[in-house]
Design a binder for this molecule. Structure first.
Ligand code: NAG
Ligand code: NAG
Ligand code: NAG
Ligand code: NAG
Ligand code: NAG
Ligand code: NAG
Ligand code: NAG
Length: 433
């Protein structure tokens, strides 16, 4: 009992001293932000002049230090063997105080405070990122803290975020999510909410809804879809560089070997289109989204997929595997896809003999945990799927720490982003132009 009390007191003290640190940090970067915005309003071009570069550096560094996991050497966990990871005990994996869904209503009631205390990056940082906005759809259902930490990791003022809250979500979740969304002009909820059921058209529907609503914003270059149980492995700067290295290609994987023809009920798509199956995560450019929303061939294909099982695994993969449609950026060699690398997601499945999962599998998908950090730290993929915050909070803490460190180091120029791997990818070299 006494031990427990001491532990509580200890936690309380850490929280307290941390909040002092935070306050100082925050004042510092608030001042920085105001000054930078002021500087930027004076100049038309944002080429970082020495002073503003220095201020921005401090701003980014302050966020990186606020994301430091206290008392744990994340750096070692990224490089360590299983022994070190196994020595971690349960309390270390549950590091930090969970935030309940309903607490977010209060937290986000004062937006500027919310942005600051949660460490959102409220500046584009580089011209290169500013000129290459991204559009995201986020299909979310539960565990708001995980969703919010994902949003924080990918948030930049120049990007757009369409959030679909499942109709089955709790009132607390929805209220919390709405409160967060109202704090950012470029984050919005879909006008319609759908009850998403695996294997049905309802999985595809919110995606199409988001594409439609995002289309209103003219500037974004690529569309990425995410769920609330995923996390970023790359900084915004890296995503921009990788997508530029794609050179117009899209990343929609195709699994010729794993097709289950019974899903299609012995029917074939219209116009001699060859059906294809693929995983559900996509990274596609603006023209592809336009084709999906506007072209009558796409509409006919969509109508056909509606009559099949698990349509979401067919629709985009099929569009990507029919080069005769002439959709720019799609794959020229769909017959050759055996083990094509897939950049959108790191998702370890049970049937991938080659990969190991440090924790357990749920419906054949690895629930990533602290023991997977060495794999995640070296990953080429943009995002990882999937995480359960209530089972392992440390893995997210360490990924955040690395992500914000990388943001800082790329900004000051001590970390170089090498995209040669991406520009040499088969689907990049063999695309419809
Ligand atoms: C992040 O940067 C801090 C400060 O430089 C350093 O102490 C920490 O080990 C770094 N974390 C990782 C995961 O690289
Ligand atoms: C867990 O690890 C922490 C930090 O190393 C330590 O203080 C605590 O006593 C450990 N708890 C258990 C139950 O082993
Ligand atoms: C498959 O086709 C049969 C016969 O056309 C039809 O009755 C059945 O509803 C179809 N099943 C699905 C899942 O579309
Ligand atoms: C569809 O075509 C119309 C007319 O050309 C155009 O205004 C619109 O931007 C296109 N894209 C979408 C998604 O509506
Ligand atoms: C991405 O889009 C596909 C196609 O609509 C959908 O099946 C899938 O569920 C989406 N994935 C995520 C992670 O939202
Ligand atoms: C629709 O797609 C088909 C096949 O890709 C193409 O031939 C046609 O020109 C497109 N139609 C429009 C209006 O863009
Ligand atoms: C998977 O196997 C291939 C070929 O055997 C190898 O090149 C690759 O490094 C392996 N990947 C992992 C993560 O072990």
């Amino acid at each position: 009992m006494r031990q427990k009390l001491q532990l509580l007191r200890l936690q309380h003290n850490t929280v307290f001293s941390r909040s002092i640190c935070w306050t100082i940090t925050l004042i510092c970067y608030l001042a920085t932000a105001i000054y930078v915005i002021h500087l930027r309003s004076l100049q038309h071009t944002v080429t970082a002049v020495p002073t503003s570069k220095l201020l921005l550096t401090n701003y980014v560094a302050s966020i990186a230090s606020a994301m430091k996991v206290n008392g744990i050497a994340c750096k070692d966990l990224f490089s360590s063997s299983h022994n070190v990871v196994n020595k971690l005990n349960a309390s270390q994996r549950h590091i930090g105080t969970p935030i309940t869904d309903i607490e977010y209503v209060d937290l986000a009631s004062k937006c500027s405070r919310f942005q600051k205390t949660r460490g959102y990056i409220m500046l584009s940082l580089t011209e290169e990122e500013e000129e290459f906005p991204l559009a995201y759809s986020l299909l979310v259902y539960k565990d708001l803290e995980m969703v919010e930490r994902l949003l924080r990791a990918i948030y930049r003022p120049q990007n757009y975020y369409c959030v679909h809250v499942d109709q089955k979500s709790t009132v607390e979740f929805y209220s919390g999510m709405s409160a967060i969304v109202s704090c950012f002009p470029n984050v919005f909820l879909t006008s319609v909410r759908i009850s998403v059921r695996w294997g049905t058209f309802s999985v595809l529907e919110p995606e199409l809804l988001c594409m439609k609503e995002l289309w209103r914003y003219p500037k974004w270059k690529y569309f990425i879809n995410l769920t609330g149980q995923e996390f970023a492995l790359k900084t915004n700067f890296e995503l921009v560089r990788i997508l530029k290295a794609f050179n117009g290609a899209i990343d929609v994987s195709t699994w010729r070997k794993r097709i289950n023809f019974d899903r299609w009920n012995n029917t074939t798509p219209p116009f001699g289109i060859k059906p294809m199956k693929g995983p559900v995560h996509i990274v596609v450019h603006r023209e592809f989204v336009n084709y999906v929303l506007n072209n009558s061939t796409a509409a006919a294909l969509l109508k056909w997929t509606k009559s099949t099982k698990v349509p979401d695994e067919t629709f985009f993969a099929t569009l990507n595997a029919n080069p005769q449609l002439g959709i720019k950026g799609t794959y020229l060699e769909p017959e050759m896809t055996v083990n094509r690398p897939y950049i959108a997601r790191c998702k370890i499945r049970k049937w991938m003999a080659n990969e190991t999962c440090a924790g357990r599998y749920v419906r054949g998908v690895c629930i990533l945990s602290t023991g997977d950090l060495p794999r995640l730290g070296k990953a080429r993929e943009m995002f990882a799927n999937k995480f359960f915050l209530n089972e392992d909070r440390l893995v997210i803490g360490c990924l955040e720490e690395k992500l914000f460190n990388d943001t800082r180091d790329e900004f000051i120029g001590t970390k170089y982003v090498d995209t040669s791997y991406y520009s040499q990818l088969d689907f990049v070299k063999n695309q419809v132009t």
